[in-house]
Design a protein around this ligand. Structure first.
Ligand SMILES: Nc1ncnc2c1ncn2[C@@H]1O[C@H](COP(=O)(O)OP(=O)(O)OP(=O)(O)O)[C@@H](O)[C@H]1O
Ligand SMILES: [Mg+2]
Length: 421
């Protein structure tokens, strides 16, 4: 995600100094640019933008200043405009309204008040930005009615990074394609997708199933109202708030929910508990791609083998199964190359153990968005690149090493070898 940028436009340095001081308190810390020559603002906006917030100071409080702001707003409607004036401008209220300002602060102002106003302006700019890709996707002719592509993320052992991968995959797809993605948290008892993204869902999958009307068209028409959206634009259908509600959800319910979600979203990412339950199997029936994750320890690797054998017995085609090794560290007493060889179908990603993952979860942002230039983000992106349409992939600078896929994955379908570590 790019750094938040604030432009302060005023002839005096005082306002800019205060904005800088207050911005230092914000995390992630925004970049503050100052323009002291009102006449130069167009160049600054073009050369150093895009900005999230424009703070216009008292020298813009004239009629001509306000009309200049009106022109800027018309050109850049997504940038939040804050007016910071010492006294009410000598202009009609209408001229102020036309600037599109979202806040008017009276100077002098306490740091606390300015901070609150800046935070609100930044949040509004982000919300505007988040809505843009979805709009672009819609304008680009997202085919209404074509069901979305369903990805299920699974593992035999707990804590392998399913939720971590699901959130990053959803972000990656929506960010690069501008299409709509929704994560369905099927870890019904202990789902953590909303926590990992710091969301507070009002409704959950359980509420969506409580609708009186059992008509599928009705569920499809209303399913989006039960999701919660993240500032990056991705949506989440949260797991039930109470584990007892989880027990009341049946496999056919899961089928209905995924069908409804995929009628409204281009990408559906299903996060699951660490088990092959009937609930998970219902999701697999509708999945286009299945990811199976493991970490670099013997129980996890062994269970991945058992898991893949079970899929084989259940006649789930292995063509669309991708393996991911997560938290791969050197010197843990297990040779990664040996492990990789145990699975002839190869791994589509081998992701390192990285502290940035915890940091990103603490701020509720997928690590690819929060720290795109770290090794873990680059490896995630390289492994996901093949999911992008060709034209998008050509445009996107994945700036990473070549996808592991080419190194490990063999095209020929092979039987899954049992693991004998
Ligand atoms: N590559 C990584 N490097 C470091 N920490 C990681 C990595 N991947 C995941 N983690 C951390 O490991 C923990 C487990 O990850 P996560 O919750 O995504 O796993 P999970 O498979 O969803 O677990 P569960 O089975 O309990 O749902 C989290 O604290 C997460 O931050
Ligand atoms: Mg999880």
């Amino acid at each position: 995600m790019r750094t938040t940028k604030i432009l302060v436009l005023d002839r005096s340095e005082d306002l800019a100094a205060q904005v800088r001081g207050v911005a230092d308190e914000l995390r992630p810390r925004p970049e503050v640019v100052v323009c002291e020559r009102v006449g130069a603002v167009a160049d600054v906006l073009t050369d150093q933008g895009p900005f999230d917030v424009l703070v216009a100071g008292p020298s813009l409080g004239t009629r001509s200043g306000l009309s200049r702001l009106e022109v800027i707003h018309d050109d850049l409607p997504g940038m939040s405009l804050m007016l910071a004036f010492t006294h009410r401008p000598d202009a009609q209220l209408r001229d102020i309204v036309r600037t599109g300002a979202i806040d008017l602060v009276q100077l002098p102002i306490e740091d606390e008040g300015l901070l609150e106003s800046l935070e609100r302006s930044i949040a509004l700019a982000k919300a505007h930005r988040a809505a843009e890709p979805a709009l672009a996707g819609a304008l680009a002719g997202a085919q209404p009615g074509a069901p979305g592509r369903v990805f299920t993320i699974s593992s035999a052992a707990g804590g392998c990074g399913k939720t971590f991968y699901a959130t990053n995959l959803a972000y990656f797809l929506t960010h690069h394609t501008g299409k709509r993605a929704c994560i369905v948290d099927l870890d019904l008892q202990f789902g953590e997708v909303s926590t990992a993204l710091r969301l507070r869902p009002r409704y959950t999958i359980f509420d969506a199933l409580q609708r009186d009307d059992t008509d599928e068209a009705d569920l499809r028409a209303h399913i989006e109202e039960y999701t919660v959206s993240h500032e990056t634009g991705l949506h989440v259908l949260a797991a039930p708030k109470d584990p007892t509600e989880a027990d009341r959800i049946s496999p056919p319910d899961v089928t209905r929910i995924i069908e409804a979600i995929r009628s409204r979203f281009d990408y559906v990412i299903v996060d699951t508990p660490a088990a092959l339950t009937e609930i998970v199997l219902a999701a697999l029936d509708l999945s286009d791609e299945l990811y199976v994750m493991a970490t670099l320890d013997l129980p996890s690797v062994r269970n991945m083998g058992v898991f893949l054998n079970t899929l084989d017995k259940l006649k789930i085609p292995s063509d669309n199964v991708q393996l991911i090794m997560n938290k791969a560290e050197k010197d843990v007493g297990i040779d990664i190359d040996q492990v990789l060889k145990l699975f002839p179908q190869g791994f589509s990603s081998v992701l390192p153990y990285a502290r940035e993952v915890s940091k990103s979860i603490n701020v509720g942002t997928p690590v690819i968005a929060f720290m795109p230039n770290t090794e873990v983000s680059k490896k995630l992106a390289a492994g996901m690149a093949s999911l992008l349409p060709d034209d998008v992939r050509a445009r996107v600078d994945l700036a990473a090493e070549p996808a592991r896929k080419g190194l490990f994955r063999r095209k020929a379908k092979q039987a899954v070898a049992p693991v004998q570590p």
